[in-house]
Design a protein around this ligand. Structure first.
Ligand code: NAP
Length: 461
């Protein structure tokens, strides 16, 4: 009988992998420092020396957070890429990062990036090009900074079926909502504090409008459901409309408001004309919105600028990953994890299978989602108002779980029960987006309603 003998070559620490670093800002400078300071330890873990052969920046004379050898700096990123085995892209932005990553792939180099903005826009085409060239493209730092989340989803949970992922993946918005929750601050004051402390950028739009979280949501959904999702597949709502009143009312009712990126597998009635067996369609909804969570939910305990990702999987059950979602040194940890992991594969002779996109799950719009809602109403304080509102909910098939009323104006001794206004907070049972929207529209048309002050989704109950 023939016996096949498989042997894995012993790591050869005399082997060298040339590493090119694009960018030496918050993250890049720390990556360079660790590559230089921990060269021996990294070689022992990798099985090859990781030689930093150059650092591309815009201005070679700019002061850096870290003292780095001057001779490594260059402004010719393209030439640097062409002499590297591993390219670490930490420039950010779409161009020239995209062109340089493509050049690296064409040249056969392994690529590590933290560029969620680029991956959100162009991820699917970059992954395809990397697959076709049989090179590795890793991007652990692109979601939730230091938290190891992409590799656990891609590798550790590869034998399981993920059903839902909910993440606090933007530290700036979590800081703002947490400030509002703990101090009672308005959105504007909490944003000013986030800016003062350096958690919010001068232009905070990408954070507070939810775009940054949506980019990360697309990446999480793609890996979790083996299907590629892009930014335009994510239904996105930011936190700019969340008021101190919403936060206080949520708190009173035992909830906290968090900006969540949610990706979940849903089975819904098939659209007319669809030929799915059993008249149903299974797809994935990916969305970002402010969400009420019960205060005892694990994600409710994520304070300040921290991030966390909560995963539900068929066999593993519930898992939570928690840590620092940004910062030069924490993010450098995720980048170097990718570098060592990719370099180990190079040492063993091949890229291996990095991720699978065998799934063909359709994107389900927010209309397919059923969830609970918390609706804030400013209503006339008159007899019969609550009955009229309840009747409208019932008419649209949305059932009310709780209703709370706060009367704003004190009545005097001769009050006949009319006049003044009342703030109502109504939490519904699960309802579809369409039924809820129709209900809200009908309520808005009632003469006793001054305004619908908020409509927020509730999860984790
Ligand atoms: P950063 O501080 O703005 O640094 C960017 C670096 O890239 C700078 O060194 C800059 O050179 C260089 N650069 C920019 N455009 C260039 C160009 N056209 N040619 C050559 N060099 C160029 O950025 P960062 O905060 O380190 O972030 C880097 C990446 O990591 C981004 O994709 C970001 O989204 C991602 N990330 C960051 C964090 C974080 O906490 N900061 C967390 C997770 C992911 P000069 O120094 O000469 O200007």
């Amino acid at each position: 009988m023939d016996t096949a003998v498989f042997s894995i070559p012993a790591p050869d620490e005399t082997k060298t992998l040339k590493v090119a670093l694009l960018g030496a800002g918050n993250v890049g400078a720390q990556v360079a420092r660790i590559l230089l300071e921990d060269a021996d330890a990294l070689a022992a873990r990798t099985g090859a020396r990781l030689e930093l052969v150059g650092i591309a920046v815009r201005n070679v004379h700019a002061p850096r957070d870290v003292e780095l050898p001057r001779e490594l700096f260059t402004t010719d990123a393209s030439a640097l890429v062409r002499r590297a085995d591993v390219v670490i892209e930490l420039m950010g932005g779409l161009e020239p990062a995209r062109t340089l990553i493509l050049e690296a792939i064409e040249h056969g180099a392994t690529v590590v990036t933290g560029n969620k903005a680029l991956l959100a826009v162009d991820g699917p085409s970059l992954y395809e090009k990397a697959d076709a060239a049989r090179v590795q493209l890793s991007y652990e730092a692109a979601v939730a900074g230091a938290i190891p989340i992409l590799r656990p989803i891609r590798d550790s949970l590869a034998g399981d079926k993920i059903t839902r992922v909910m993440g606090i993946v933007n530290g700036t918005t979590n800081f703002i909502l947490d400030q509002m929750d703990t101090t009672g601050a308005s959105f504007a004051d909490a944003l000013a504090e986030a800016t003062r402390l350096g958690y919010a950028e001068a232009d905070p739009t990408a954070d507070i409008e939810g775009h940054d979280a949506a980019a990360k949501g697309a990446i999480l959904a793609s890996l979790s459901f083996h299907t590629r999702f892009a930014l335009e597949d994510v239904d996105c709502q930011g936190i700019t409309a969340v008021t101190a009143g919403d936060i206080a009312a949520a708190k009173d009712a035992g909830f906290v408001i968090k900006l969540l990126a949610i990706a979940e597998k849903l089975t819904v009635p098939a659209a007319e004309g669809a030929d799915d067996a059993g008249g149903t369609t299974t797809g994935v909804s990916v969305r970002v919105h402010p969400t009420l969570l019960p205060r005892e939910h694990p994600l409710a305990a994520v304070h300040g600028a921290f991030n966390a990702v909560f995963i539900e999987a068929e066999s593993a059950g519930e898992l939570m990953f928690y840590g620092q979602g940004a910062g030069g040194t924490p993010t450098a940890s995720a980048v170097l994890g990718d570098v060592v992991s990719a370099a180990r594969r190079l040492v063993l002779g091949g890229p291996g299978r990095t991720e699978t996109t065998t799934g063909v799950l359709p994107v389900l719009g927010i209309d397919a989602v059923t969830t609970k809602y918390c609706i804030g109403l400013d209503a006339a304080d008159q007899p019969g108002v609550l009955a009229r509102i309840s009747a409208l909910f019932a008419e649209h098939g949305v059932s009310i779980e709780t209703m709370r009323q706060t009367v704003h104006r004190e009545r005097d001794a001769h009050d006949d029960g009319a006049g003044g206004s009342a703030e109502l907070r109504i939490v519904t049972h699960r309802a579809s987006e369409a039924s809820l929207a129709a209900t809200v529209e009908a309520i808005n048309g009632l003469d006793v309603i001054n305004s619908v002050t908020s409509v927020l989704r509730v999860e984790g109950v």
